[in-house]
Design a protein around this ligand. Sequence first.
Ligand SMILES: NC(=O)c1ccc[n+]([C@@H]2O[C@H](COP(=O)([O-])OP(=O)(O)OC[C@H]3O[C@@H](n4cnc5c(N)ncnc54)[C@H](OP(=O)(O)O)[C@@H]3O)[C@@H](O)[C@H]2O)c1
Length: 313
Amino acid sequence: MKNLTVTLLGGSGFVGSHLAHQLDAAGYRVRVLTRRRESAKHLILLPHVEVVECDIGDDDQLRTGVAGADAVVNLVGILHERAGATFDVVHGELPRRIVAACRRAAVSRLLHVSALRAGPNAPSAYLRSKGVGEAVVRQSGLHWTVFRPSVIFGAGDRFLTLFANLARRLPVMFLACPDARFQPVWVEDVARAITISLEQPATVGQSYDMCGPKVYTLRELVTYAAHCVGAGPVIVGLNPACSMLLGTVMEWLPIKLLTRDNVLSMQIDSVCDCAIPSIFGFEPTHLEAVAPAYLSGETPRAHYLRFRTYAGR
Ligand SMILES: NC(=O)c1ccc[n+]([C@@H]2O[C@H](COP(=O)([O-])OP(=O)(O)OC[C@H]3O[C@@H](n4cnc5c(N)ncnc54)[C@H](OP(=O)(O)O)[C@@H]3O)[C@@H](O)[C@H]2O)c1
């Protein structure tokens, strides 16, 4: 057991849960701050993980939540805005408040998960707000590291799993931005890089793009996800105008699967020059090596995570 405590914000989510498992296995003491303890109940049984209910919108609770940590990892992010949870608040303001809380609590190490192609000139509000958060972290004066992943796949993902589930049910799928390019990275590889970074001082003050070994178009990914679950829907790729129209229509649905801002995010390729930076010392995992098992639901964990997804947890 290491005598080091890592506090995770957003630790109950997809990436955070895999990270909590890896940190726990590596012997860190892990504190997961969550708005609802119920959201993180799948982590409670891990021997070195403590789940703490915390309103991270409250500065005092946030400071108390990070106090005593040797490092803080911020994994909080949203793909769709809701009342009270805008991109500006979650991706811009929250990092600013986390930096302030770390300073007040004398926590010097901050690892921040952003998104590939985030920046002030990005085409979507999502990516621009992620760029604001990154800038705040880089100017924080803390010992920071920023991770910028392309789309992340793995047990519990919402991207390939969503398409696989739609493909099971629909004979025809209308696909926005079919030619958008992605370089998906495995969630365990992202978690591994973050874990290594905690013990690798050379990663302080660095930003790392994180990608998998191969570039795919969205159409190829959806076709592959469908193939993994034995489905073969007709995939109708939409042109840019129809993609935006689909985003507009789907924004009105109670469950947000696609928005106009998502369509704008796909105007630029989510691909990297080098997949996993060499400082981490491992090669990225191929999608084809892991996706068939979890998409077809053949792992016990995949069953459990699918129930969570359906339950909106
Ligand atoms: N998944 C991907 O493909 C992908 C790709 C690129 C970048 N990223 C980034 O990677 C990070 C982790 O992504 P993820 O897929 O693990 O996300 P996720 O599953 O949605 O989890 C994010 C967590 O953030 C917390 N959260 C969400 N909205 C919040 C709000 N309004 N206020 C406070 N906390 C909130 C939630 O924790 P509680 O409910 O427990 O409070 C949630 O578990 C995010 O920053 C995301 O933008 C993800």
